[in-house]
Design a protein around this ligand. Structure first.
Ligand SMILES: [Mn+2]
Length: 401
């Protein structure tokens, strides 16, 4: 039996208003071809299918279009919700999707209903049998109760303990009730000790409460989503699938891949399928001369236009900066580059590095705290302002964890 694991699609994701749907469309074409070629039995998608709780119509259309192509290959799918997904949005079509071999687990049902997340699977000949524990993103509000009891513990400790308990419990139940089967877990979470870059932290927003590898080690194999680099938590046993395309400038050099599992007589063989790169994302910083030189040295190496973000910093005002930007606007598209954001900073302007009018800050690019603090900026009572901000932050952390 052959299983592919992927995660963190973030359908509907935009980078400075630039739509990444073409990147995903090319990935889908590749994935469907691979699934056909390798006669894959199951595709597991480990969360963050969509970038937003309320996906744009075009993003959901892309999702259903993919599932319908997948269905035509005979490959079945198991999908869990990530922190970016709205559980109810994913769940709404689930009874219909189940007729097409697609199982959706959008919410953890609780310890007493743990069996609901166990999905028996088998290959087309019915020979290799296994069971998938599909554990969606665990929301804090809920896990805290699982860690209940001791009031001296901080909320964070309760959450960590709650997550641990859920995994231990799932492992025990599998070993007790399905001892003869191969156990494959899928989950969307932050495993302790993982490398996370700045951009990814922004994407995830939530805090980084890790769960330890020993608590996660309850299955014959565990495929994870949430962290976009495909790193190992436990070599050959617990692995992040990686996002299929670069979703931010810091992800330009990630080796995007799909996890391939081959199950034969109770044995699991893990390997990886590299996903062909279709676009470069470049962020270029420095003085005008440095940026100019760098841009001239860059080439569009893939089929989709390069997305370019530039930040120019000069000690004093320089009229040639504007001229250069105007020229780039005209010439870059002919080289298949798209200038999607430019920032110019003159160090002598004002006290801090205030940026020029060129920088169009969009709400979309800001962190929620920044938007909210702009909203309450005019309030005079500082104590009140602090209290409101604290309330907002606690609300935000409840929502985004
Ligand atoms: Mn995530």
């Amino acid at each position: 039996m052959r299983i592919f694991i992927s995660a963190d699609w973030h359908l509907g994701k935009r980078l400075h208003q630039e739509d990444l749907s073409e990147d995903m469309e090319l990935f889908f074409t590749f994935l469907i071809e691979k699934i056909r070629e390798e006669e894959t039995d199951y595709l597991l998608i480990a969360g963050d299918i969509f970038d937003q709780h309320n996906p744009a119509h075009e993003a959901s259309r892309q999702y259903y279009r993919f599932l319908s192509k997948l269905n035509a290959t005979g490959c079945k799918a198991i999908i869990i919700a990530g922190n970016h997904d709205s559980p109810s949005f994913l769940d709404t079509p689930s009874s219909l999707l189940s007729n097409f071999g697609v199982t959706v687990v959008s919410q953890y049902p609780g310890m007493d209903k743990i069996n609901d997340v166990f999905i028996p699977i088998e290959d087309k000949s019915g020979r290799n049998k296994a069971i998938v524990a599909a554990i969606p993103f665990l929301q804090d509000r809920f896990i805290r109760q699982v860690g209940e009891g001791d009031s001296s513990k901080t909320i964070d400790e309760k959450i960590q303990e709650g997550m641990r308990n859920i995994f231990l419990h799932a492992g025990e139940a599998l070993r007790r009730e399905h001892p003869g089967l191969t156990h494959i877990g899928m989950a969307h979470l932050h495993a302790q000790g993982m490398q996370v870059n700045e951009a990814e932290r922004d994407i995830q927003i939530g805090n980084i409460l890790g769960i330890t590898a020993d608590a996660l080690n309850q299955f014959d194999y565990l495929g994870l989503g949430h962290i976009h680099t495909g790193q190992a938590v436990l070599e050959g046993r617990i692995h992040y699938a990686s996002s299929p395309v670069s979703l931010g400038f810091s992800e330009n050099n990630y080796a995007h891949k799909i996890i391939r599992l081959d199950l034969e007589d109770g044995q699991i063989k893990q390997s990886f399928i590299p996903i062909p790169k279709t676009r470069s994302l470049y962020q270029v910083k420095g003085s005008l001369a440095e940026v100019e030189q760098k841009i001239n040295s860059l080439r569009c190496k893939y089929q989709l236009p390069v997305l370019l973000d530039i930040a120019i910093e000069e000690p004093t005002y320089k009229p040639t900066v504007m001229e250069a930007i105007t020229t780039w606007r005209e010439t870059l598209p002919t080289r298949n580059f798209r200038l999607i954001q430019q920032r110019v900073t003159y160090q002598d302007r004002l006290n801090s590095s205030r940026t020029s009018a060129l920088q169009a800050e969009r709400v979309h690019d800001l962190q929620p705290e920044a938007v909210f603090s702009a909203l309450i900026k005019e309030r005079e009572d500082n104590a009140e302002k602090t209290a409101i901000m604290e309330l907002f932050q606690s609300l935000l952390s409840d929502l985004t964890r």
